[in-house]
Design a protein. Sequence first.
Length: 381
Amino acid sequence: MSLPLIGPEQDFALWAVLIGLAAFGFWCERFTWGRKYSGVMLLIAAAIVLANLRVIPTAAPVYGVVWDYLVPIAIPLLLFQADLKRIIRESGPTLIAFVIGSAGVVAGVLIGVALLDLGAREAELGGIFTGTYIGGSLNFAAVSEASGMKDGSILAAAVAADNVVTNLHFLLIVLLPGIAWVANRYPTHHMDNALQVSSEQAARVHRIENLDIAGMLAALALAFILAALGKTLAGLAAMPQFAILVTTALTLVLATFLPGVVAGLSGYTESGNALMYIFLASIGATADVWQLIELAPVLFVFAVIIIVVHLVVLFGIGKLMRLDLAELAMASAVCIGGPSTAAAIASAKGWRELLIPGVLAGSLGYAIGSFIGVSVIEWLR
């Protein structure tokens, strides 16, 4: 096998590539085509191409640094907004629908595992898909780290299947409330009072308004402190593999009971997203394209099974509980796609009143997805 153009020992050059790929992903999402095909999917595809054309190596110390340092820091940054008291207080019926949808995800994972042969890493894949379909990429990374699952080809195939199915799911959720047969079977208060939300109001893509540099640096410092405490406490408990879960729990305690501390921080969500994009670029860089092609189809079917069961459980129980169709749709969107999809669906459907409940419910997914994902792994083993 020929040597890569950039060798595994060329740390600075590899960091430049990974950060450049992350920037490429964010840049793509400025455009309609980029949002359609997902900046995440495009940056991972670019990383896979570079690795398999031997421009960058498929194994290097830099990729280990991403797992060991960037992921544990990204998780607190993305969880500083997860004030559990506020989530319970303000998200209302959307939260109830979200919990039902999360149960549907777990049921879908268990059914998918029973129907398909996912190979030796079946339990880990079940937990990873549980985490990402209750939370998001944050939980994908956390569950992968906690389970010791670092096979780049398998993870890249999982991300590919996840992105394709998530995009199809979002399209379905946008279209579903407009189908008369469906709308006639649920309360439609929010649909009847829809007021279009401008894209500017719903979300300003990848921009930080009123950035406080001191506040951003304080957020980074606090994330390092929480990661250090998480690693120390997990070591004292003789469970070092769960350091990332301890860090998650500590961050949730801080966000919930000391919201004043978080209020003084700035730019933490954007910083966390940037680190997650670098993490996803490193996954693409370690993937073997032929193994990816072999694995992706079965994981695509697995993801479809999870989504179908999720929808059946959510809309079935939602109908029995007389939940509003828009609340069910919003809960499904943020469950599968993460809290960022709340703005997209609120804008597309005009459900202004559901924007904040959707974001809060999705934040709960960030908070609990990793714990549920790891629990599913232990259950399946």
